[in-house]
Design a protein. Structure first.
Length: 134
């Protein structure tokens, strides 16, 4: 059973955590590894290097949208393919993210978290929500 009194706050906590994680990873790509360095890494794992640029933008803009509550359900759902792509990089490394080159449990957990937010709802204090008619 869902507690309708606390569920919006649960979605808010999840939204803030996911948004913070996306911003942190986007900033890591821009400020630490640099976008050209991230593009080189993408190429070494089989993705086109140019995907580093829209990926970093999606992480930064998507993270900000989640934190602010701007269409969070749609944003969370839209970022799932990015997380699935990140998961594929780690599938061969085993379960634990502490394994060399990181395991797959963290990015797969983030897929589940984003899907949960997309299904759960926008949460408390969302600035812009998508409401379905009918």
């Amino acid at each position: 059973m869902i507690d309708n009194k606390t569920a919006p706050y649960a979605a808010l906590v999840l939204r803030l955590a996911l948004g913070s994680m996306f911003i942190a990873h986007g900033l890591l790509k821009v400020m630490v590894f640099t976008l050209p360095g991230t593009a080189q890494f993408f190429a070494t794992v089989g993705f086109p290097g140019w995907l580093a640029y829209p990926t970093a933008f999606a992480e930064l803009a998507g993270g900000a949208a989640l934190i602010l509550g701007v269409y969070p359900r749609l944003v969370a759902a839209g970022l799932i393919p990015l997380l699935i792509g990140a998961s594929t990089v780690h599938l061969g490394n085993g379960w634990s993210f502490t394994n060399p080159n990181g395991g797959w449990e963290y990015p797969v957990f983030l897929v589940a978290a984003a899907l949960t937010l997309a299904l759960l709802g926008d949460g408390a204090f969302a600035l812009k929500t998508f409401t379905r008619k009918g």
